[in-house]
Design a protein around this ligand. Structure first.
Ligand SMILES: [Ca+2]
Length: 116
């Protein structure tokens, strides 16, 4: 095989990879984390917090991120990360418990609920 034939063979190999869809890989990763422990000042604080959390979850459906790596022509890799409900709960607690004392007061819950 001479140099010209090798070049032609390489070109045909790359072209056939492109025509057949190249190398593609797609994966979904589910991430769950333990719930942080938190206490509420009173029942009203808990109710306001959980109502606001449930509105947020309905609006966002589920936390999800996506990463896509493409090396043109030859390789494609997609990763989709789906975060579990505990992650949404923990993020809400971090936002709501503004002084980070592990206790959500009625005032903190009302502020969190009004942030939407
Ligand atoms: Ca607090």
């Amino acid at each position: 095989m001479n140099a010209s034939s090798r070049l032609t063979a390489s070109f045909l190999l790359i072209a056939s990879l492109c025509v057949t869809g190249c190398v593609s890989h797609e994966e979904t990763v589910y991430q769950e984390e333990p719930r942080v422990s938190v206490e509420f000042e009173n029942e009203t604080a808990g109710r306001i917090f959980y109502e606001a959390l449930s509105k947020t979850e309905r609006r966002l459906d589920r936390s999800e991120s996506s990463t896509q790596i493409n090396i043109p022509v030859v390789f494609e890799h997609k990763t989709r990360v789906v975060r579990g409900q505990n992650a949404a709960f923990n993020a809400a607690v971090r936002r709501c418990d503004t002084n980070n004392d592990g206790r959500i007061t009625e005032q903190e819950a009302r502020i969190f609920a009004n942030q939407g």
